[in-house]
Write a protein that binds this ligand. Structure first.
Ligand code: HEC
Length: 470
C-alpha cells in the first residue's frame, strides 16, 4: 500500500468515477457521432439548396460546440482526477504503458477542439465546400480519439496473454501494440461507434424538437425523420456487436454473467444480469418512442419526447458501462491487478511480508486502526461501510468467528472458493487478517445496536444475513 486511500462515504470512490464517466460518455460519444452528423447534414442541405436546413444546423453546431467543448472536455479532465485519486496504482500503470497512446490522443484532441470552434465561427464566412471540409477534419479527428482511447479502455478488461507474460519485466512498452489491440478491441470499437451514431441522432432530435411543428411542418418532418434514421444502425447491429464482444471476453470474466443468471434473485452477483435486462428494456423503449413519436408523428415530436429519449439513452449507456465494469471484477486490469490496486503477482509476497509493513499511511500498533487500514486498502475499492455494497449489511448477524472463517476463505483463495470470481484474495499476514476481522466485527456490532434501537431495521438485517450465510 504505497498510496493513501481515498475514502468516499456511502457511494464509494468507484461511483465518483462512474457518475463523472456516465455523464462524460453521453457527451463524448455525441462529440464523435455529431461530428459526422453535422458535415453530412450540411452537405445534404447544400446539395438540395435548403437554407432552412442550414439555419437549424447552425444552431445545432453552436449547441454542439458548447456541450462537447465545455462540458465534454471538463468532464474528461474530471475522470483523470477521479481515477488518479481512486486507483493511483492502476492509473500509473496506464500512464506508463501508454505514454505514446496518450500523446497521440491529445494531438487529436487538440485538433478536434480547435476545428469544432473553427467550424462554428466560420459558418457562412468561408466558401461552402471548405466549411464542409472543416467539418470532416473535425469528424475524423474525433473518431481517432475514440480509436485510441478504446485501446486503453479495453486493455483494462483484458490486456491479452502476450502483454501479461511480460508484465512486471520492464519490457511492457515493447508490447504496446499487443496491449492496445487486445482481444476486445474491435468488438468494443464497433459497439462504441454504434453508440456514437445513435447519440448523434438522439441529440439532434433534441434540437429538432424545438422547431414549431405547425409553422414549419415540412422542415420539422424532414429533420426529425432524418435524425431518427441515425438510430437505425445501432439497433440493427448492436446485438451482433454485443455477441462478438462477449465471444472475445475471457472465459473467466464471462462466467460472471452465468453466475448472475444462475443465482438470479438470490443475491450473488445478480446486478450484472439485472443490468443486462435493464439495457434491453430501455433500448426497446427507445425504439418504440422514436418510432411512434418521432417517425410516425414528427410534427408533434416535442421537447419532452426528446428529453425522454435522451434520458432512456442515458440509462442504457450507464447500464452498459456498469456491466462492463462489473465484468472486470475482481480486477482493475484483467488478471494483472486487482480492483484494490494489488498486483496479482505480489499477493504471495504480501502474505509473507505483510500488507501494511511498507505503508507510510497507517499509524502505530493499534489493532483496530490496523484493521481499518486493511479494510480501506483492500475492501473499500468495491464496498462501502453502510450504503453501496455495504459491509454492515453483507456481514450483519455474523459472529467474530464466522467473520474469521469468511476472511480465511478470502485469504486462502482456493480454486473452488465461491468468492474467487468476483473478489480478490485477502493479502497479508495472519496478524493483519485478524486485525481486519476485529475491525469488521466492531463495525457491524455498532450497526446491530443501531438496529435494535430502530424497529424498522431488524427484518432487513435478518433477511440479508440469511442471504449472506456461507
Ligand atoms: C473487486 C471488488 C471487491 C473487493 C476488493 C472486495 N469485494 Fe467483497 N464482494 C464483492 C462483490 C461483487 C460481492 C457480491 C455482492 C452481492 O452479491 O451483492 C461481494 C460480497 C462480499 C460479502 C458477502 C458475501 C456473501 O457470502 O454474501 C462479504 C462479506 C464481502 N464481500 C467482504 C469483503 C471483504 C472483507 C473485502 C476486503 C478484504 C472485500 N469483500 C473485497 C466485490 C469485492
Amino acid at each position: 500500500m504505497n498510496y493513501p486511500f481515498w475514502d468516499v462515504p456511502h457511494i464509494g470512490s468507484g461511483w465518483v468515477i462512474g457518475l463523472i464517466a456516465i455523464y462524460h460518455i453521453m457527451i463524448s460519444h455525441f462529440a464523435v457521432g455529431g461530428g459526422f452528423y453535422l458535415p453530412m447534414a450540411e452537405a445534404k442541405a447544400l446539395r438540395e439548396n435548403r437554407k432552412d436546413w442550414l439555419d437549424i444546423l447552425q444552431k445545432h453546431a453552436r449547441f454542439f460546440l458548447i456541450l462537447t467543448g465545455v462540458f465534454g472536455a471538463v468532464s474528461g479532465v474530471g475522470i483523470w482526477f477521479a481515477i488518479g485519486l481512486t486507483n493511483p496504482e492502476a492509473t500509473s500503470t496506464l500512464i506508463h504503458n501508454f505514454v505514446f497512446g496518450w500523446a497521440i490522443e491529445w494531438v487529436f484532441f487538440i485538433i478536434e477542439l480547435s476545428t469544432a470552434a473553427v467550424y462554428y465561427y466560420t459558418w457562412g464566412r468561408i466558401p461552402k465546400e471548405l466549411h464542409v471540409k472543416v467539418g470532416w477534419v473535425y469528424a475524423i479527428s474525433s473518431l481517432l480519439t475514440l480509436v485510441i482511447i478504446n485501446g486503453i479502455l479495453t486493455f483494462m478488461l483484458f490486456p491479452g496473454n502476450t502483454w501479461l507474460q511480460v508484465a512486471g519485466s520492464g519490457q511492457e512498452a515493447h508490447y504496446f501494440w499487443n496491449a492496445f489491440f487486445n482481444p476486445t478491441y474491435w468488438p468494443s470499437l464497433l459497439m462504441r461507434i454504434l453508440v456514437c451514431t445513435a447519440l448523434a441522432g438522439i441529440w439532434a432530435l433534441v434540437t429538432c424538437s424545438r422547431l414549431d411543428g405547425r409553422l414549419h411542418a415540412k422542415l420539422k418532418t424532414e429533420l426529425v425523420r432524418w435524425s431518427a434514421k441515425w438510430l437505425v444502425p445501432s439497433f440493427a447491429l448492436m446485438p451482433l456487436a454485443l455477441a462478438f464482444y462477449l465471444w472475445q471476453v475471457p472465459e473467466s470474466q464471462r462466467s460472471l454473467l452465468q453466475l448472475g443468471m444462475s443465482t438470479m434473485g438470490t443475491g450473488a452477483f445478480t446486478q450484472v444480469t439485472r443490468i443486462a435486462l435493464l439495457i434491453i428494456m430501455t433500448s426497446g423503449t427507445i425504439v418504440l418512442v422514436v418510432y411512434f413519436f418521432a417517425w410516425r408523428t414528427p410534427e408533434d415530436f416535442s421537447f419532452a419526447h426528446a428529453i425522454a429519449v435522451l434520458f432512456l439513452g442515458l440509462v442504457a449507456t450507464a447500464s452498459g458501462e456498469y456491466a462492463r465494469e462489473a465484468l472486470r471484477k475482481p480486477y482493475v486490469i484483467g488478471r494483472h491487478m486487482f480492483s484494490n490496486g494489488i498486483r496479482v503477482r505480489d499477493v504471495a509476497r504480501l502474505n509473507q511480508e505483510g500488507f501494511l509493513t511498507k505503508s507510510l499511511w497507517t499509524t502505530g500498533p493499534d489493532k483496530l486502526a490496523q484493521g481499518e487500514a486493511m479494510f480501506r486498502g483492500q475492501c473499500l475499492a468495491c464496498h462501502t461501510r453502510d450504503a453501496y455494497r455495504p459491509m454492515k449489511i453483507l456481514l450483519a448477524g455474523r459472529t467474530r468467528e464466522s467473520i474469521g472463517s469468511l476472511l480465511k476463505i478470502l485469504h486462502d483463495y482456493k480454486p473452488d472458493s465461491p468468492y474467487r470470481s468476483f473478489m480478490p484474495p485477502l493479502a497479508g499476514t495472519q496478524a493483519e487478517v485478524d486485525a481486519l476481522g476485529d475491525f469488521l466485527a466492531a463495525m457491524i456490532s455498532t450497526n446491530q445496536t443501531a438496529a435494535a434501537e430502530n424497529p424498522a431495521k431488524p427484518a432487513k438485517v435478518a433477511a440479508s444475513s440469511a442471504k449472506s450465510a456461507p
